[in-house]
Design a protein. Structure first.
Length: 187
């Protein structure tokens, strides 16, 4: 009888922890607090420059929320290079398209630091997609601490399966981000 009560209590505890974990995942990855671009010096589109992210960036520029636009694109020779080469935005005035090294969020933070040093950038509105907001905030706060970064999430219509994948991926990537150093110019 005591064994059954202990087993039942253990199952209930595990179920409660699983529910708390899932709720935390939803709040952190699906419902991040919105970033405020305010009067940013720069709009920075990270990750793949999807049409949704570019559209938000263009709207912020049109609303005079920043002076310039930096877009993280895949390096020449990569499988995403075709998408980058089709982007007309890269040929516009006050738009810079560059490839971070390494091609990771930490590499994008390093690229921003390098850009900020030569362009007098102090406040940046970083645009990514919603599940990536929390990890982006963490990485940029850790790896580009001298820059005031506001992260803006863009909804990109994910299916239930996509959300499940993102919860697993972002959780694992968060752990990796915490356990590894920031990118450096030596890489």
């Amino acid at each position: 009888m005591a064994l059954r009560r202990r087993a039942s209590a253990a199952i209930k505890t595990c179920a409660a922890l699983a529910i708390i974990f899932l709720i935390t995942e939803v709040v952190v990855f699906a419902l991040p607090s919105p970033g405020d671009p305010g009067d940013a010096d720069l709009i920075y589109v990270i990750g793949p420059p999807t049409p949704q992210r570019i559209s938000v960036a263009q709207q912020l520029i049109a609303d005079e929320k920043a002076r310039g636009l930096l877009v993280s694109v895949s390096p020449p020779g990569s499988h995403d290079e075709a998408m980058a080469s089709k982007m007309q935005i890269c040929s516009q005035q006050s738009v810079t398209c560059e490839s971070p090294r390494p091609l990771t969020t930490k590499g994008e933070a390093l690229m921003l630091e390098d850009y900020a040093r030569t362009h007098e950038v102090h406040k940046v509105a970083v645009i990514t997609f919603t599940p990536h907001v929390a990890r982006t905030r963490y990485i940029f706060a850790r790896c580009a601490p001298d820059i005031d970064v506001q992260v803006i999430g863009v909804d990109e219509h994910l299916s239930i399966g996509d959300w499940a994948y993102q919860f697993a991926y972002q959780t694992t990537a968060f752990a990796k981000a915490a356990a590894t150093p920031c990118a450096s110019d030596d890489e």
